[in-house]
Design a protein around this ligand. Structure first.
Ligand SMILES: [Zn+2]
Length: 313
């Protein structure tokens, strides 16, 4: 097994958003990657520039952040050739690691745009080091810049940021500070490709919660009408937990519910409805989490207050 820690630099339409290609908002210009063995020791590096074919001038923002001169790009290979070398270099048993989830999204968009064969397994699990950094050192919700993490951990800043290879190098350096069990248990699931059918739906159980990714639906209402989406099965014993509070929306866009498993107690449910990458359909991510009696009572009280307020109106 290898960890592939990678980072991309990309360009966007220099003439403004209204002129961009819907299927390719960001064109990749550079791939940098560090290969680590299971002990997180560096064993190899990958670094290539890509000759653009869609946006031929650099957007002013790209110029500002990314330091690539146009001649370097002109003498580089086109995306399909570079990608093929990258794919071979990654090898079959790669665990992908990135700072945030954007790099995997844009890589897959570029692959699709060039009509190249699939690269990744389904479902695609990956390690979002930005998220796991937050879970380890901060509140789990904040999302910091790579440089913030590097400063906090006193990692030596001997190469510039916003170059694909050095950002991959720093991401790998941050990764070494993350406890092995946290890293391995908090993997993310990529939502670029979502389940097309019921039998492709994703079920993952983590240490203290479970996650379900539904197939796609034509509307938000259709998502919430679905029996499988609404079900609350205890992720410890696999038995149906009885609903004590039905799915409801609070102030946020999320749905919540509360169920009770005879054996394992209170189960808090949350459904986030998301738009698919093409903006045409909807799917949902449902998480179920066992919570304490105290926490459950809080939720029940809040729910009662809400429904009483509604009745008074
Ligand atoms: Zn149970």
């Amino acid at each position: 097994m290898n960890y592939i820690v990678f980072d991309l630099e990309w360009n966007q339409c220099p003439d403004g958003k209204e002129h961009e290609l819907r299927d390719l908002p960001f064109e990749i210009l550079e791939i940098g990657a560090i290969k680590l063995n299971s002990e997180k020791i560096e064993t190899d590096r990958f670094h290539e520039y890509i000759r653009p074919t869609v946006y031929l001038r650099l957007h002013s923002k790209t110029q500002e952040i990314v330091h690539i001169d146009p001649e370097t790009l002109e003498s580089a290979d086109f995306f399909p050739a570079v990608l093929e070398r990258f794919r071979k270099w990654c090898g079959p048993d790669a665990h992908y690691c990135t700072w945030g989830s954007l790099d995997l999204l844009e890589l897959q968009r570029n692959i699709r745009y060039h009509k190249l064969p699939g690269f990744f397994p389904f479902p695609l699990k990956f390690y979002d080091i930005q998220k796991i950094f937050s879970l380890t050192f901060e509140d789990g919700k904040s999302r910091r810049t790579l440089e913030h993490a590097v400063d906090m951990l006193h990692i030596k800043k001997n190469v510039p940021f916003h170059e694909a290879l050095s950002d991959a190098y720093y991401t790998a350096a941050v990764m070494r500070f993350l406890p092995e069990d946290t890293l391995l248990s908090y993997y993310s699931i990529d939502y670029f490709r979502i389940p097309q059918r019921r039998n492709e739906e994703i079920y993952e159980t983590f240490e203290n919660y479970s996650k379900y990714v539904s197939k796609k639906f034509p509307s938000r209402t259709a998502v919430m009408k679905d029996r499988v989406v609404r079900s609350t099965t205890c992720y410890v014993c696999g038995k149906k937990a009885v609903k004590k509070i039905p799915w409801f929306t609070g102030g946020s866009k999320n749905y919540r519910c509360l169920s009770y498993c005879e054996e394992h107690g209170w189960l808090k449910g949350k459904i986030r409805i998301k738009k698919t990458e093409d903006d045409k359909s909807y799917f949902c991510v449902k998480t179920l989490k066992l919570i304490s009696e105290e926490r459950a009572q809080e939720i029940i009280t809040r729910y009662k207050e809400r429904t009483e307020k509604k009745r008074d109106l």
